[in-house]
Design a binder for this molecule. Sequence first.
Ligand SMILES: Nc1ncnc2c1ncn2[C@@H]1O[C@H](COP(=O)(O)OP(=O)(O)OP(=O)(O)O)[C@@H](O)[C@H]1O
Length: 680
Amino acid sequence: MMPPDQESASSITGNPANIGTKTNRAHESVALQIDQPTSNVINPCVDDQIPHHHQQANAVRASILRQSLRPVTLKFEDVSYSIGLKSTGGACLSSSHAKPIRSVLNGVSGIVRPGELLAMLGPSGSGKTTLLTALAGRLPGKISGSITYNGQPFSSAMKRKAGFVSQDDILYPHLTVLETLTYAAFLRLPKNLTKKEKIEQAELIIMELGLIRCRNSMVGGPLVRGISGGERKRVSIGQEMLVNPSLLLLDEPTSGLDSTTAQRIVATLRWVARGGRTVVTTIHQPSSRLYRMFDKVLVLSEGYPIYCGGANLVMDYFASIGYVPGFNLVNPADFLLDLANGVTTDTRQDDQTEFQVKPDTLDDKNSTRQYLVSCYKKHLCPALKDEIQQCLPARSQGLLASRNGSENQWTTSWWLQFKVLLSRGVKERRHESYSGLRIFQVMSVSILSGLLWWHSGTVHIQDQVGLLFFFSIFWGFFPLFNAIFAFPQERPMLIKERSSGMYRLSSYYFARMIGDLPMELVLPTIFITTTYWMGGLKPSIISFILTLLIILLNVLVSQGLGLALGAILMDVKQATALSSVTMLVFLLASGYYIQHIPGFISWIKFVSFSHYTYKLLIGVQYSKNEVYECRIGVHCKVFDDPAIEFLGIDCLAKDVVALILMLVGYRLLAYVALRFGQPH
Ligand SMILES: Nc1ncnc2c1ncn2[C@@H]1O[C@H](COP(=O)(O)OP(=O)(O)OP(=O)(O)O)[C@@H](O)[C@H]1O
């Protein structure tokens, strides 16, 4: 069966008259408006209408739409995908010990043109999300078959023209709706727009998606109460709509929403499609109202397609192969889902004229599914493949040919990305970084240690040395444990944003590192200032400043190690466990507790930053010939004390160099781990 809209080469223009169904025509004027530079772009599907004073913002939007829309014809042919299963051992393994695999998608084909909205239907686990992820170029592993965008494979240029809304909304919990969309606008909209225009664009999206009431509310997350699920979903969609994507892919955008909100979202998607975009969405159980808004549907049953074509032709097709819905089954989507589950409806009516579902056995269901798959292969697949094989429409080819190198460039400059990411990061983490609890924690330890070491003096040299060692260890642990969370916590955002080509990894990386610095450096400064003078260390401003600088260097090195461990493992639990072991080893090997470390393991102290810091602190505090009263009337050299002698304080410059090398090395390691460890 041929879809009704094969002729829609001209639908690339965004003219919905070519799409096919009667209902589409109602949107014709809207689509045409989008192409008009001065028109008021009003989404007819939402309640919030755009006030007069936003005409200027509309003009900006229209200009963005004109500039960046590249119609995309999405074709996928015979797409199959399998996943390797973890072997359970024993009986299930074949004699060849081959890793068991499970087929998730089998020979799925389809074509979606600009201006069309394709819905993928199917029971839970039928492969909808997997197919959508494959279409978004984000599925790891080998996919057989072909997926092309205007006849070309997925590219980085395509990545920036495609919007992907995942099932789980990946948003920063502490940003407001307006901040979320504004930062996205800063990062994703072209550099020729001014800051003001980008903000206006974000405001317009807020209006278009009916988010005005919650524009200044925090988004929220698992631990922070924020906006509702439907609002979160609209924010996620808004982030993608901002850039006017040529291809918009959405995974269950209506799940968990009430029917009115769901309808509003699908209406918005349809409106987005009518502007010349290609829209593909998975949907779980659409109402008949929603179903009527789809142009095409693809129905999957256990990874096999059983229908792909016009949404309005689905009933005719299934009737032609012997399946008609029950008497009062008015929602085509329910009928399709029943069929995809292998459940057939009995059209007979009983006395109460109620429709019944046959109590099918497992075998019945399997044979129904097999029959439906074979009908698809026989009746739909050949025509669909013919359609896919057809040449690209002329206008699309023109667009591809007119592409120039600039499309591969980033939308915004490195510096702008860095500034935006820095500002966003500081806003997002201000609650955490400047939390009263953290300040209390550091201040209380500082005052307590100041009191415990109160004016220790060189008389109690062991105590004083102990205080310096405590400095080096405390300011190793503290920043290390703060830093290990950085990348694992932001992993989902990083993957999502990098997959859509929002920014360079280096700008994110520097912004993330520098954003944490003020707090990371302010707290040790307060701590050292308090404890240094309370603890009765050398009353010299120079020694104090040097001590402070050494501690700050130590903080930066331990932060670098934390970032590297977090980036390599990308798992908070694993990184925490490894950091505990590392710090314990550093603590023991630094030379304060044990001076007679066996030779074969003594090298550990050379990789311990706490060891170098401790040495430097001692070197600053005491001079080579300094003596103290070791027994009554007896003066001993400080450097002859076994704990200090062991350190071998000769050339402090070497220790500074070692710390600087670690400072750079750990950070480099973190960057390399991020670059090569995460999907691009
Ligand atoms: N990485 C994976 N590991 C194990 N199984 C997987 C993986 N990815 C997909 N699957 C399996 O493949 C099948 C299809 O998954 P998919 O998420 O695409 O289904 P779906 O139709 O989107 O389901 P739902 O509607 O519940 O989201 C499921 O049975 C799922 O368990």
